[in-house]
Design a protein around this ligand. Structure first.
Ligand code: CA
Length: 225
């Protein structure tokens, strides 16, 4: 297994490198984002450990750039402190998982191996319903040729619906799928986001693709409408 570690704290980078090498992995280290990006482009890695706050180019931008270039190497973000890493934003840049420092090496190794097992490097299938297109890999949405800007949560809700065309999906099911387990708000929040989604993917195009099923939830019209 070949791993790229992009981390500017030298002691931290060195300790990760030694730990991974002790597990029999081949490890390359970069100490800034620019070098890390260059190495990720030039070599083929099974996984990239990517710090966020880096000299020259930060980790978010490194990850987003790789994904924009259709490089799907699994990325595990390393975040310095609680709150530095915005989960929605980080995963929106195409990162696959993250760990918060200080982490135990055992945890890091487990997350890294899980990522490689998941083979997230394979590009996920683009979802298409009529002329509505959602690309889970690049996180892009479009209606025909028109790109649509959606937030990370709107994207997740739309993806959830597009994976179940024609099915009635309850607000609770959406809440469970899109919000984390600690969220204890009520399902009205789902209505707010669905309403906002409709203003982006339907209204400007004269469509009504997200239908309300009274008392049950929502259904994405599987037809061209
Ligand atoms: Ca750093």
């Amino acid at each position: 297994m070949r791993v790229l570690v992009v981390e500017d704290e030298l002691a931290m980078a060195d300790s990760i490198r030694r730990g991974l090498e002790a597990e029999g992995m081949a490890v390359d280290v970069a100490h800034d984002g620019e070098t890390g990006l260059w190495m990720a482009r030039e070599n083929s890695y099974d996984v990239i450990l990517l710090d966020i706050m880096l000299p020259k180019i930060n980790g978010y931008v490194v990850c987003k750039t790789l994904r924009d270039e259709e490089n799907w190497t699994p990325v595990l973000m390393l975040t310095a402190k609680q709150g530095e890493f915005d989960e929605a934003e980080g995963l929106d840049t195409g990162a696959d998982d993250y760990v918060t420092k200080p982490f135990s090496f055992v945890v890091l190794l487990a997350r890294l191996r899980a990522l490689v097992r998941r083979k997230v490097a394979e590009r996920p299938t683009v979802l298409t319903i009529g002329d509505l297109v959602l690309d889970p890999a690049s996180r892009e949405v479009a209606r025909g040729d028109v790109p649509i800007d959606v937030t990370a949560r709107e994207f997740s809700i739309l993806e959830h619906l597009m994976r179940r065309p024609g099915e009635v999906v309850s607000k609770t099911a959406i809440l469970d799928a899109v919000w984390d387990l600690n969220f204890d708000g009520d399902t009205n929040i789902v209505e707010v986001y669905v309403s906002s989604l409709r203003k982006k993917i339907d209204a400007p195009f004269g469509r009504k693709s997200i239908q309300t099923v009274r008392g049950a939830g929502y259904r994405l019209n599987p037809g061209p409408g």
